[in-house]
Design a protein around this ligand. Structure first.
Ligand code: IPM
Ligand code: MN
Length: 377
């Protein structure tokens, strides 16, 4: 009786599935795609994984890491940046942990567009979240500023604006050449970014949200941002709304960073002001970012580049990757573990690091990972 056999099959399958789900729910298991990438990426990721696994065993959850060799080397061998199906594969993971991309033998733009931006766009990671927080014991180039003054977050729109790739050439290569690069700002894209920023802001003490745009010149794009900002803001009377032109925001980030709590901005402005943010929090040795799709697969990365001249020397500072890992834990809902990693990073900086710069830390890359793990225990 074929019909009955079929039903039995289905029944067994269902049981197995339920059983599997119960098991994963109990131990809190997460599947993480790891892309070490180029240059110093693999060393940073190695230390990041070390800390993440230590946190997992301490706080009783499981991180199943699977590695992918995407990056410059693979591209040079195969001619493709991301193999077919890569995006779909990535989509199956709970999160992606990325080292760095950028290879001296690969023309600039190929890996950036083909890997980093491709994953951000295809996985619809529409938020680029970059905390600018100065930890105690870390030096900032800002005179008379300390951890009390430097503690804000930038919410950067991550799929539109000048990054959308809209535009083209006319009469390329001639003296009459024209290059057009358009900033794409959709109501939906802007609004979802703003909503995320308001939500984030609600959960902080200060509850002040600054829109960073350029309404005095970008009378279309920034106008849309401004209108949407106030419309969404009406739904959040508990949040103070503030506005700054991007040039002024850059100046204030240096002169009085204490005035900022959460800054929301478009892709290009966000790219620029977060490098400024990174340097005032101590530099690329510590700055981390998250590419977030609140309903999908998010990706966590140190925001510095692949620094090929320091690769394989065990001199690069892995704290930025460790901090990216901390953001991943928080995103996965492991808040206690995230906090423990943050505290361990602070202790490591306070008690051991001479500097955050590669080669000047007074410790090797793996020693820093070990120190952080030590403070976790
Ligand atoms: C960043 C980087 C990227 C960006 C580059 C590498 C494409 O600068 O993550 O900020 O511009 O977004
Ligand atoms: Mn950047």
């Amino acid at each position: 009786m074929p019909e009955k056999t079929g039903r039995q099959g289905l029944f067994v399958f269902t049981l197995k599935k339920i059983h599997y789900r119960q098991v994963t729910a109990k131990v809190n298991s997460y599947r993480i795609a790891v892309i070490p990438g180029d240059g110093t990426g693999p060393e940073m990721v190695r230390e990041g994984e070390k800390v993440l696994q230590a946190a997992a065993s301490k706080f009783n959850f499981v991180l199943e890491m699977e590695r992918f060799d995407y990056g410059g080397e693979r591209y040079l061998h195969t001619g493709e940046v991301l193999p077919e199906g890569a995006v779909e594969t990535m989509r199956q993971f709970d999160s992606i942990f990325l080292g760095a991309i950028g290879h001296p033998q690969v023309k600039p733009g190929i890996l950036e567009k083909g890997l980093l931006l491709q994953l951000r766009f295809e996985l619809d990671q529409y938020i680029n979240l970059r905390p600018v927080k100065l930890y105690p014991g870390i030096e900032t180039p800002l005179k008379d500023k300390g951890p009390e003054e430097i503690d804000f977050v930038v919410v950067r729109e991550n799929t539109e604006g000048l990054y959308a790739g809209s535009g083209g050439f006319l009469r390329k290569g001639t003296p009459y050449e024209v290059a057009v690069q358009e900033s794409i700002n959709t109501r939906r894209g802007v609004e979802r970014c703003l909503r995320y920023a308001f939500e984030l802001c609600r959960n902080r003490d200060r509850r002040k949200l600054t829109l960073c745009a350029k309404t005095n010149v970008l009378t279309y794009a920034s106008d849309l941002w401004e209108r949407a900002f106030h419309e969404v803001g009406e739904e959040h009377p508990e949040i103070e709304r503030d506005y700054g032109h991007v040039d002024a925001v850059a100046m204030w980030m240096v002169k009085s960073p204490e005035q900022f709590d959460v800054i929301v901005t478009d892709n290009m402005f966000g790219d620029i002001i977060t490098d400024l943010g990174a340097i005032i929090q101590g530099g690329m040795g510590i700055a981390a970012g998250a590419n977030i799709n609140p309903e999908g697969t998010s990706m966590f990365e140190p925001i510095g580049g692949s620094a090929p001249k320091y690769a394989n020397k065990n001199v690069i500072n892995p704290l930025a990757a460790i901090c990216a890992g901390r953001m991943m834990l928080e995103h996965l809902g492991q808040k206690e573990a995230a906090l423990a990693v943050e505290n361990a990073v602070v202790e490591t900086c306070r008690k051991h690091l001479k500097s955050l710069s590669a080669g000047q830390m007074g410790h090797s890359t793996n020693e820093i990972g070990d120190l952080v793990v030590g403070y976790l225990k």
